[in-house]
Design a protein around this ligand. Structure first.
Ligand code: FES
Length: 83
């Protein structure tokens, strides 16, 4: 989320600044990367249920994804709607 906001990526708003309380950073992670990114935590899981856009098995809040070298080349899709 932080990298996307700093670089003006459309569709990732990050309204709460990464505090897991807005879901405006919702993304769909590329399936190949899901084993590396991992599942959402409990709070994130609850927030994803409240996201405006449809939830998918690959949904994550991008502010909760820790960027590591293992994620080099990570592909995410942004939802059609973000609040
Ligand atoms: S920036 Fe608000 S939940 Fe991610």
């Amino acid at each position: 989320m932080a990298a996307a906001v700093r670089n003006g990526v459309p569709g990732i708003i990050g309204e709460c600044g990464g505090n897991t309380s807005c879901a405006t950073c919702h993304v769909y992670v590329g399936e190949d990367f899901m084993p590396l990114v991992g599942p959402p935590g409990d709070l994130e899981d609850d927030m994803l249920d409240l996201a405006v856009s449809d939830r998918r098995p690959t949904s994550r809040l991008s502010c909760q994804i820790s960027v590591t070298e293992a994620l080099d080349g990570l592909v995410v899709e942004t939802p059609k709607e973000q609040p």
